[in-house]
Ligand binder design. Structure first.
Ligand code: LIP
Length: 250
């Protein structure tokens, strides 16, 4: 039987690559010209063999296309995510949700905004009145998938109002900052998926945590972003944690 949609899918993959390359080159070349002493960590640069080590020097942490699978399938949540760290501390974050045309920005100490409007996390304190965002991730090893399902089952049965997920870590974090979901957690993401969102969530009044309840470690590939510590802790108690290979492992 002929594969009707292979041609369309190949075209989408090539479009995603073109768009990703365009954004990556624009960001990377522009930054190299404008800030020649700065460092760069990005999904594509790391895939090309460049190091993924956070040093004290000013560092751009960039995902040109967060939500790549969405993009390939035309699922309308795709973002450009740009975080900026100095002395290993994130100073600002920018997430542009391209299809929705929403520009999320936050600078440490100066608040978080969407298209210029201030953002504030939800004030909900009850987990059973909360919506939690998460993703299934991209790891298909059965032991990892089992942990993802058991964590999700535990959280669903707390119970919570609902579980959602738009397929982009950066946008999920912006939804926490916007107050439409109380929390987002995921295991298996990368530092470039979440760096910008960290500042946006914090500046909207939210908190970040590791899935084990400890402080967030940007390179650990695990995150909880929540409207408050209480909700974050309730989620962390339910997570069957796995430990993906750290971003800075090699
Ligand atoms: C994606 C993340 C998403 C996760 C996917 C993938 P990408 O990033 O934003 O949260 O579930 O597996 O990691 O690969 O589209 O930049």
């Amino acid at each position: 039987m002929p594969d009707l949609w292979q041609d369309a899918m190949d075209h989408a993959v090539s479009l995603a690559r073109t768009a990703g390359t365009l954004v990556r080159e624009a960001v990377q070349n522009d930054m190299k010209e404008k800030f020649p002493t700065h460092s760069f960590i990005g999904e594509e640069s790391v895939a090309a063999g460049e190091p993924c080590k956070l040093s004290d020097s000013p560092t751009w942490i960039v995902d040109p296309v967060d939500g790549t699978t969405n993009f390939v399938h035309g699922y309308p949540f795709v973002a450009v995510s740009i975080g900026f760290a100095v002395n290993k501390k994130l100073e600002f974050g920018v997430v542009y949700s391209c299809i929705e045309d929403k520009m999320y920005t936050a600078r440490r100490g100066k608040g978080a905004f969407c298209n210029g409007q201030p953002l504030q996390v939800s004030d909900q304190k009850e987990i059973n009145q909360s919506i939690i965002a998460t993703e299934f991730g991209s790891d298909r090893h059965v032991e990892v998938v089992d942990k993802i399902f058991s964590s999700m089952r535990n959280i669903l049965c707390l119970p919570v109002h609902g579980i959602r997920g738009v397929g982009s870590a950066a946008i999920n974090m912006c939804l926490v900052a916007s107050g439409c979901v109380e929390a987002y957690y995921e295991m298996g993401i990368h530092c470039w998926d979440i760096a910008a969102g960290v500042v946006i969530v914090e500046e909207a009044g939210g908190v970040l945590m590791d899935v084990d309840g400890g402080p967030l470690d940007l390179m650990s590939r695990r995150v909880i972003a929540a409207n408050n510590k209480m909700i974050a802790e309730r989620i962390s108690e339910q997570i069957d944690a796995c430990a993906p290979l750290r971003d800075d492992a090699s």
